[in-house]
Design a protein around this ligand. Structure first.
Ligand SMILES: Cc1cc2nc3c(=O)[nH]c(=O)nc-3n(C[C@H](O)[C@H](O)[C@H](O)COP(=O)(O)O)c2cc1C
Length: 168
């Protein structure tokens, strides 16, 4: 699948099949994540790959109990090593952490889509519960969770007309 198709056809998937994702595919997805542009090439994004049902349950609960998440065989929690970023960018580290992790997330979702693996970006979660669920060290902050899995769902999420987005 070419990149333009992946960009145009990706959608937020909330219905998954029980089919596992191979390590080979998972590796390709993670490698796409680390290819993302990132502040100063500090590569401060960190990924927690979760397939343990009990930990998935805790994450789902931290994500305001979005029950559909549990269908997905794999979650990746995209984190930032905020301490390293702060050392280099004392004034800009917070926004850079958001930017770094979001770019890595989109790379992973597009790479997954090209492998016929669907995903959904989840930004609404309780940070304290998420950190507790993952036993995250103090230098790490979670920024989003992405669910990944095979699916029969197919959707086109509409966008407004391009003109609206262009400020003249
Ligand atoms: C910052 C952010 C937070 C989001 N949080 C959630 C979420 O908590 N649950 C969910 O189902 N989708 C979530 N989404 C996915 C959006 O709902 C989705 O991207 C949007 O409706 C457009 O649909 P599409 O991804 O299918 O194009 C989030 C997306 C972003 C960028």
């Amino acid at each position: 699948m070419n990149l333009t198709n992946a960009i145009n056809e990706r959608f937020s998937c909330t219905k998954y099949l029980a089919r596992e994702i191979s390590n080979e595919c998972l590796n390709k997805i993670l490698r796409a994540g680390i290819r993302a542009p990132n502040a100063g090439n500090l590569q401060s994004f960190r990924f927690v790959v979760v397939n343990d049902e009990k930990i998935k349950e805790k994450i789902t609960s931290a994500c305001l109990d979005q029950r559909w998440m549990m269908q997905a065989p794999i979650f990746i929690v995209v984190c930032s090593d905020i301490k390293t970023l702060k050392e280099y960018y004392p004034a800009r580290h917070k926004i850079y952490a958001v930017q770094d992790t979001s770019l890595a997330a989109q790379n992973m979702m597009l790479a997954a889509f090209s492998l016929n693996i669907k995903s959904c970006f989840i930004g609404s979660f309780d940070e304290k519960s998420m950190k507790r669920a993952l036993n995250l060290k103090d230098n790490l902050e979670p920024y989003c969770v992405i669910t990944f899995g095979y699916s029969k769902e197919s959707k086109i999420t509409r966008r407004k007309s391009l003109d609206i987005f262009i400020i003249k």
